[in-house]
Design a protein around this ligand. Structure first.
Ligand code: 6CS
Ligand code: FE
Length: 290
């Protein structure tokens, strides 16, 4: 179905347009493609700080006890750590850094909060990819977000190459919403975060979108950033190289897009995967994320 919603919400009406860090050209490109890539959003030192947090959180029994650690099927290797903004003051500060927070506000045209955060480790040799999907499909059906007024920021914690699972996106496909047939199993997240089988587009839909829009890939040195619309069609392949592809993801949702009852009819997902506490993020008091 054609997306009825805008992509850049601050353009809804000129007077509501939010100035912000993105230039008009960058906003135009984001509107058309559904994503924006830039190198050097973070310095190597800042990346190192996040990497240390990942190490700490991955080994923290309290984090594991909360269910926030997802391991690769059949191994002990960490696939994802969720709710990292809740367990790490440094990652909370990253989300509130003005030059990052204001980018999300500019695109979403409102105050924002974190719907979900995670570090996807994509470990070398054993990191499994993510099949083609729209995050919004899940966040609408299983978390109850009414519209795609949300975006993800993915920051590379290791060099992202074409060969070690770099995230692929179909430029422009975010304007098509692919309904997924079938009922959502209860507690689907217990399987979907390791391998998503439900709520993914049919092969025919992937063929149609792939041939219509093509594929681009987020690659770049550690510290590079990808901002992408919640309804972008994206995927990543298995990582059979020795080089892990670890990225931190912050999902900014508009405070005007608060979750309601999940549209699939199931109970809401747990807070470490979908935070239902809609409190606008306050910017750090001018101090840069250290
Ligand atoms: O279900 C979710 O929220 C997660 N699933 C995928 C495949 N991407 C977004 C998110 O991490
Ligand atoms: Fe995703």
């Amino acid at each position: 179905m054609r997306r009825p919603d805008p992509t850049v919400w601050s353009e809804r009406s000129r007077e509501s347009r939010r100035p912000g860090p993105f230039t008009d050209d960058e906003m135009g490109a984001y509107d058309a493609k559904g994503f924006h890539i830039e190198e050097g959003l973070l310095t190597p030192a800042q990346v190192q700080g996040l990497w240390s947090e990942f190490d700490r959180l991955s080994a923290d029994p309290a984090v594991a006890g909360s269910g926030a650690i997802v391991r690769e099927a059949g191994t002990d290797a960490v696939r994802s750590v969720f709710a990292v903004h809740r367990h790490s003051r440094l990652i909370d500060a990253l989300a509130r850094t003005p030059r990052i927070l204001n980018r999300a506000r500019q695109i979403l045209g409102s105050e924002v909060y974190i719907h979900q955060s995670r570090i996807n480790a994509m470990p070398g040799m054993v990191g499994k990819g993510f099949g083609w999907h729209s995050d919004f499909e899940t966040w609408h059906a299983e978390d109850g977000l009414p519209s795609p007024r949300a975006l993800s920021l993915s920051i590379a914690l290791t060099d992202n190459f074409a060969f070690n699972g770099g995230l692929m996106l179909m430029p422009g496909a975010h304007r098509t919403y692919v309904p997924c047939v079938g009922a959502t199993p209860d507690d689907n997240f217990r399987e979907s975060l390791t391998e998503q089988k439900v709520g993914v587009p049919s092969d025919d839909a992937v063929y149609d979108l792939g041939y219509a829009f093509g594929i681009e890939q987020f690659t770049g040195p550690a510290g590079s950033a990808l901002f992408f619309d919640s309804n972008s069609m994206h995927a990543s392949s298995n990582n059979i190289t020795p080089y892990s592809r670890a990225n931190v993801f912050l999902v900014f949702n508009s405070v005007e897009n608060a979750p309601v009852a999940p549209f699939c009819g199931n109970e809401p997902r747990p807070s470490h995967v979908a935070d239902r506490d809609v409190v606008p993020l306050t910017p750090l008091d001018g101090t840069e994320f250290s």
